[in-house]
Design a protein around this ligand. Structure first.
Ligand code: ADP
Length: 450
């Protein structure tokens, strides 16, 4: 069932039930008030008859009762044996039971399809004849014909009102469903268009009231922005990656062709080509490895407690053994320097930063570990070329290199810092650079400690 039909059905049935309850309550209340009024006037009439009987007992006769009987009612008297000994009636079209009762009572007796009957029963002491002094029951009753026709009119009026009420209820349900469904329909339409045409269409939220549907549309627009951003980043990544791979491939290809043409005659060319192909293969291998590392860092790796002091010391020692360069490690913290994180990933960050410091400088490299407030601070400093201020914000972008030719000579891919930044972010840390051209660069990594 469509949502629109559901809303219309629900509001329609709900309002109909509500109207029926209200109308029934009005009907019953009106009947009760009117019937009580009729009973009260019948009781007054009975009282007047009793007073007349008491005042002049000798006038008690069928005529007296007939003259006191209501227009559509009757007056009857029953003795203790249940024998009706007086019965006077006008146009009474009904028959109701009469029993002796020592209590006064008022009642409305239902008559099926005929008008109801109001009945007053009152015990009195009979004043004349052989029954003088005997307690008897006087019953005065009347058919409520007038009330019956009033109730019928009221029923017709209420029924008509209910039918007329249905019209605004149906219109209201229609307006409500349209109000709710229009934004949903436009959302579905926009989603379809986005899927079919692969564009990034958003919903126009101007001049809309600030309700939950507005929030939904705004969230949808934000999601489109986010998807577009990610899509564009991915596209740039793929085109940058293929561009980066193109150069080593074309170098390998041209050396291979050279070898094919002249390789057999020239031993020196063979040597040179094999070396170039080998180094380009290494470069491609490194590129692919780093791209994989970038993709892998998107998923959080298993975390453990890592002693950063031990880890830095190990990494520095590895570099000291591999290079004949001065690499100094200094720890300025006496406290605990343990971090919760992934050891391999953290090691990769330090590896990238120390490797860069060695690549882009010729002098010494300093690695320093300190603890400040609730932060661990790792600084890797070199005294090399430095990085121009306007380039500093971009060096963390994928494939970005300040000096492309130089970076290529040093075997750089432009991916190292973006991998380091992704890992640090994954560990809730931050990476910044301080540098002046000609004075070297300092990369500072901070991690929060619990
Ligand atoms: P690459 O593989 O080219 O080194 P990175 O992402 O590690 O890629 O670094 C990006 C660029 O930032 C480098 O190409 C280089 O120009 C610059 N850079 C990084 N570290 C240093 C440093 N210590 N000193 C000077 N320049 C640096």
């Amino acid at each position: 069932m469509k949502l629109k039909t559901k809303i219309q059905l629900f509001t329609g049935i709900f309002m109909l039930i509500l109207t029926l309850i209200i109308n029934t309550a009005i009907y019953m209340l009106f009947y009760k008030v009117s019937a009580d009024g009729d009973l009260k006037s019948l009781a007054d009439q009975t009282e007047r008859l009793v007073i007349a009987m008491k005042a002049q007992p000798d006038v008690i006769s069928n005529e007296l009762f007939r003259s006191f009987a209501p227009a559509e009612g009757m007056i009857r008297v029953v003795d203790q044996n249940g024998t009706i000994f007086i019965s006077a009636q006008q146009l009474a079209q009904y028959d109701i039971p009469l029993k002796f009762s020592s209590n006064e009572s008022q009642a409305i007796v239902k008559q099926g399809s005929e008008p109801d009957v109001a009945v007053i029963s009152k015990p009195i002491i009979w004043g004349v004849g052989e029954r003088a002094g005997e307690v008897v029951t006087l019953q005065v009753s009347t058919q409520l014909t007038h009330l019956n026709s009033t109730m019928r009119t009221l029923f017709t009026v209420l029924l008509m009102a209910t039918i007329f009420m249905l019209v605004p209820i149906i219109i209201g349900g229609n307006v409500l469903s349209r109000f709710l469904l229009n934004p949903i329909k436009s959302l579905i339409q926009t989603m379809r268009e986005n899927m079919q045409e692969a564009n990034w269409k958003k919903i126009d939220v101007q001049n809309r009231s600030k309700d939950e549907l507005y929030e939904m549309e705004k969230t949808f627009n934000a999601m489109i922005d986010h998807l577009k951003d990610n899509y564009e980043k991915q596209e740039t990544f793929v085109s940058d990656a293929s561009h980066e791979l193109k150069t080593p491939i074309s170098i390998v290809k041209s050396y291979a062709q050279l070898l094919k043409r002249r390789g057999t005659e020239n031993q020196q060319l063979v040597q040179e080509s094999v070396e170039a192909i080998d180094s380009e293969a290494d470069r491609m291998g490194k590129l692919v490895e780093q791209m994989l590392a970038l993709a892998k860092n998107k998923h959080s790796a298993a975390k453990e407690r890592v002693n950063i002091d031990d880890l830095l010391e190990e990494t520095v020692t590895t570099f000291q053994k591999a290079y004949t360069r001065e690499i100094i490690y200094k720890k300025d913290a006496s406290d605990d320097v343990v971090l919760t994180g992934n050891k391999d990933q953290l090691e990769q960050v330090f590896y990238i930063l120390i490797d860069n410091a060695l690549k882009y400088s010729e002098g010494k490299v300093e690695v320093c570990l300190a603890r400040e407030h609730k932060q661990l601070l790792i600084k890797i400093r070199d005294y090399g070329l430095g990085i121009p201020e306007e380039e500093q914000a971009r060096i963390f972008d994928r494939f970005y290199r300040v000096d492309k030719a130089r970076s290529r000579d040093t075997g750089g891919t432009g991916l190292g810092l973006s991998i380091a930044a992704a890992i640090v972010k994954e560990h809730q840390g931050e990476i910044t650079v301080q540098s002046k051209v000609g004075e070297g660069a300092a990369f500072i990594v901070t991690f929060p400690i619990a």
